[in-house]
Design a protein around this ligand. Sequence first.
Ligand SMILES: Cc1ncc(COP(=O)(O)O)c(C=O)c1O
Length: 396
Amino acid sequence: MARAGSSKLANMCSPSQARRRQLRTWRPSPDGTRLLPANSAPEGDEKQRSLVDLASNDYLNLAQHPELIAAAKEEINRSGVGAGGSRLISGSRPVHDQLETQLASWLEQDRVLLYPSGFQANIAAVFALADRHVPVLADRLCHYSLLTGVQASGARLQRFSHNDLKDLNRKLERCHQLYPGHKPLVITESLFSMEGTSPDLATMAELCASHGARLLVDEAHALGVLGEGGRGLCQALPSNAVTLLSGTFGKAFGSGGAFLACGAELGETLLQSSGAFRYTTALAPPLAAAALTALTLMQRHPHWSGELITKSQHWRSALAAAGWARPGGTGPILPLVIGTDQAALDRQQQLENAGLLSVAIRPPTVPEGTARLRLVVRRIMPDRTLEQLLSALPIS
Ligand SMILES: Cc1ncc(COP(=O)(O)O)c(C=O)c1O
């Protein structure tokens, strides 16, 4: 096993000249279904120049929801914009407590702690469960933030093949031989952001239990989307099957910020010793208020997630019928693997010419030779978006 600190991690942040990215700036339409390039020429009406948003992770169209906007404004009037201090000094507000309590009850977890971002929460999560003596087994396609956490902890990192439980089992067995007496940590996501796939989490949890391993699950893309009522995939597992769950408000919740959820003892440990919780300004109160409203809406509309899955499956079938390889998984992330960087960029341009935005995701974000269009299905989309997409993407 290698210490986490590999050159691959470094390469992910300093791509070659040919792969340098450029910032593009957008103005969302009031209903959040379209994006207008902020620097586009002012001629023509805005609708004509805007692109249907098939790229954002705002799966339930909540970022522009009037109730979220009203809640954020009211919270600004009550608490101001920023918290002005860390949670343990002077930054805790009633909205933080309310959000933590309501989330814990929704997810049936003892304790929830808020963090300013999912990236930070993931670093904190790994840091809480691993140190340089702990063997860490992470899915080969885990998010960069999780790998950064492993690197920061100094733990020994080994990757298992994507969603491959046989490979995980082999590696867990080897851990016992190589590091007797050390509890391994297994890291996965419940909905992989660039693949759209999910692991068999119930079996993975059983495997971890049988090997005495701890399990960290990043539910960033699954919350609001997968599982009963959109409560993610961990919620259906027996209590204690997952050691630590991480979630973000920056995707289906339409807000910003994040959280970790776990049992009471680990929750108390995080409160007392998680540097990423203690030594950072509390989540901005208006973001917490918007996240709380998003959660309340999800609870009031538990059918939203099922509707989104049905729609996503319809899109998968339509793409497959048009000759594309059926994207894996069941959720709203549908990658169309194209191959080379240039071919993926050409496809992106083809879509833009037809009024649709889906961004080409290229290495090092995804493995070499698998550049792709990452299509995101959202609960509300303009009529005929699928037809537009299919006619803009002929199989060549
Ligand atoms: C799987 C996964 N985990 C964590 C994060 C980080 O979340 P946040 O955007 O709240 O920092 C992301 C966002 O890109 C993600 O895709």
